[in-house]
Design a protein around this ligand. Structure first.
Ligand code: FO1
Length: 320
């Protein structure tokens, strides 16, 4: 029997790094990435899909590796001109990036689905790995804060994650349906489902909460493995640790494990958090303690190999 797929659920930067590592050690047809679309929004009349685009740019080797989002070698004429005209300039759209948003917005207006557009872009840029948005309907993450509710990109970019978080809403999620392509792959006996080291609350949760997604994961025999985005009490990038503290939860890998408890069979945690392994095992999860900080490509490949070694270990131990 041919090996099943590895299905990775991903937000932006952290998830895309592990996905890149996985893409170097797996044949293209064994890897599927399901991306969070809760960060998507309309800006200047264009549909912007930051997490999906970060995965696209990363796999197409077009990503700005310093910023983590957007394209390398970008020019900024659009932003400079917008600024000179007194337009909105809090969200930075490079000229090359802008072309993607224009093409996508046009294709959506012609009636194509977000999945179709994502597949066309992937084909144009020779990405062999299948990238699948969590759903084709619009879902908008709202961050509830002590000073009121904010659209996700207003919280994240415009307000620099400063407001104190009290919770999250995923507007439109009840009317959404998990992407049938992802559901089909989940029903085809995947080898593993990986929750990449993206923000559990605003990147992975929207994917899991999309109607149909979590039941399909639960119905699968495949091991579900989460790679912690928290390392030594801090997030490698982004506001995950700050959010946890503000929600009254210690920013630790143990709390990430508790958050995923009931779904996840195993956690991959960093060596610096090794002392928390037994407390995570007490939750009924396997734990793999390995270096998880991905600076260069070698780190991404090494972590991907460690995750796949854990998959083999869990599968040889029997169905979860
Ligand atoms: N993040 C920023 O911090 N500042 C920006 O101006 C910004 C622009 C931007 C444009 C396109 C895109 O795809 C992503 C962009 N991001 C920017 C990143 C994005 O807001 C976040 O990384 C994700 O939504 C969180 O995963």
């Amino acid at each position: 029997m041919s090996p099943g797929k590895i299905i990775a659920l991903s937000g932006g930067v952290g998830g895309a790094k592990l996905v890149l590592g996985l893409s170097h050690v797996l044949p293209d047809d064994r890897l599927m990435v399901v991306t969070n679309t809760g960060d998507d929004f309309d800006h200047f009349g264009l549909r912007i899909c930051p997490d999906t685009d970060t995965v696209i740019y990363t796999l197409a080797d077009l990503a700005d590796k310093t910023k983590g989002w957007g394209r390398a070698d970008e020019s900024w004429t659009f932003m400079k001109t917008t600024r000179s005209l007194g337009g909105e300039d809090w969200f930075n759209l490079g000229d090359g990036d802008l072309a993607l948003h224009v093409m996508r917005t046009q294709a959506l207006a012609r009636g194509q689905s977000l999945s179709d557009v994502t597949a066309s872009v992937s084909k144009a840029w020779n990405i062999g790995v299948q990238i699948v948005p969590m759903c084709d309907q619009a879902v908008a993450t709202t961050v509830k804060t002590e000073t009121g509710s904010l659209a996700f990109q207003h919280y994240f970019v415009r307000d620099q994650c400063q407001p104190v978080v009290t919770g999250f809403d995923f507007e439109g999620i009840d009317q959404a349906t998990a992407n049938p392509i992802a559901l089909d792959a989940l029903g085809q006996g995947p080898d593993a489902i990986i929750l990449t080291p993206s923000n559990p609350y605003v990147s992975i949760d929207p994917i899991l909460k999309t109607p149909g997604m979590r039941p399909a994961i639960e119905a699968s025999d495949a091991p579900v493995i989460a790679v912690s985005p928290i390392v030594g009490g801090a997030a490698i990038k982004g506001p995950a640790a700050k959010m946890m503290s503000e929600l009254g939860v210690p920013a630790t890998v143990l709390e990430v494990a508790k958050h995923y408890s009931g779904l996840v069979d195993a956690m991959v945690i960093d060596e610096i958090d090794g002392h928390l392994a037994s407390a995570i095992q007490d939750l009924g999860m396997e734990v793999s303690v390995v270096p998880t900080v991905m600076t260069g490509l070698e780190d991404k490949i090494a972590l991907a190999k460690d995750v796949l070694a854990l998959v083999r270990r869990l599968k040889s131990a029997g169905p979860s």
